[in-house]
Design a protein around this ligand. Sequence first.
Ligand code: ADP
Length: 165
Amino acid sequence: MKTAIYPGSFDPVTTGHLNIIRRAAKIFDKLIVCVMVNVGKNPMFSLEERVDLIRMVTKDLPNVEVDGSDMLLAEYAKTIGNCVIVKGLRAGSDFENEFQMAMINHKINPDLDTMFLTAEHQYTYLSSSMVKELGRYQVELSDFLPEQIIPIVQQRIRTTIQGGK
Ligand code: ADP
């Protein structure tokens, strides 16, 4: 069985992430979307909330599992066993960072390979941080976020703005 892990911060999951999830789910027998802790980022949603949001938007995909972990990705992959990492590449700017991470993960866990799916053109500019920024200015988010989670994200942005005043 071919299993892949799609790791990220997903704060929150965007239509760009979902596009990668759908495509990877067709390629692999099982896809584990894993929300990881990124110490460099101060997330808007907790790890558990991010897991729940991804579960909401992947309900129709039977071979997709959603998990959360504070482990190092290369160590997490060992707990899964025979698997590969899948990542999305938006533009040249993603490449350098992703290339470095793939090398490091491979060094820590030599059985672990990383495969890349290129973003579809309509998502190349899309990131979770851009969505949060646009949401602050009441921009329509339907091209950027899965429909089910838009009200939840808008509500959180409003609370965050109020809390910051
Ligand atoms: P973000 O940069 O949006 O905070 P994450 O850290 O959650 O993204 O990224 C998880 C993975 O998803 C990374 O491999 C990233 O390159 C990929 N990714 C993020 N946004 C997109 C997109 N719009 N299209 C394709 N891949 C994406």
